[in-house]
Design a protein around this ligand. Structure first.
Ligand SMILES: [Zn+2]
Length: 228
């Protein structure tokens, strides 16, 4: 059996998503060497940290956290890029399992009711073939034993640059709008909103504002990475 497996691996080798070296049987998606080099966000305070600060005065949040630090160059950028543009959905599973294990142990999100991903516009989803946060969100949900609701928050316009606006205005303009399909289900619930990378927070803010229209809703945020 092992011989057969090794022969199979010659034809279908699994490579590290970062260094592209051959993975061993026990490694998944990223080799052990690269995994140790991945910069973690690491802040044990989920109620007040760099991410919650982004949303001060914009959206009231219960908690917010992320797994990785995203820098201009580096492993995180390479992984997110492969997930979004190279069809490597396995990265979402890898990050979901990693983060899911941490969250299961620290009990920070034990009181959430649903996990909802930031929606992609249907056109973009068709182009890519998947929403890059779907697998990540589902896996987190399975670790926390919470339902993942993929088709409840919808994106209604495609984001585009508004060329006639001044640069500072453009930065603050939300070009996308979101709508909710089933608001009664979310009444009095604590929602964990998930996305890939958080930078200005504009997209998450637009989603959160839509969620806030629901009576007694509580919102927390979780992302794969945070732009340092
Ligand atoms: Zn590697």
């Amino acid at each position: 059996m092992t011989v057969l497996k090794n022969v199979f691996r010659i034809f279908y080798p699994k490579l590290c998503a970062n260094c592209e070296n051959l993975l061993t049987e026990n490694e998944k998606t990223v080799c052990t060497f690269c995994r140790h080099d991945i910069p973690l966000f690491y802040d044990t305070n989920y109620s007040e940290n760099k991410i919650t600060k982004i949303f001060y005065g914009r959206v009231p949040l219960e908690k917010a956290t992320t797994l990785l630090s995203y820098r201009k160059e580096g492993i995180t950028k390479k992984l997110i890029h492969a997930l979004k543009y190279k069809g490597n959905e396995e990265i979402g599973i890898f990050l979901g399992n990693w983060f899911g294990e941490i969250l299961k142990k620290n009990n920070q999100f034990d009181d959430i009711d649903y996990i909802i991903p930031v929606a992609l516009h249907p056109k973009k989803r068709k182009q890519r073939g998947y929403n890059q946060v779907s697998k990540f969100g589902k896996i987190i949900g399975s670790h926390l034993k919470k339902p993942f609701l993929e088709h409840i928050l919808l994106r209604t316009t495609i984001s585009k640059t508004q060329t006639f606006k001044a640069r500072f205005e453009r930065f603050n303009t939300i070009d996308t709008t979101f709508c909710l399909k089933n608001t009664s289900l979310l009444k009095n619930k604590h929602i964990l909103l998930i996305d890939d990378v958080i930078t200005t927070g504009a997209t998450i803010e637009a989603c959160a504002k839509e969620l806030q229209k629901i009576k007694n809703v509580k919102i927390s945020i979780l992302t794969m990475a945070y732009t340092e």
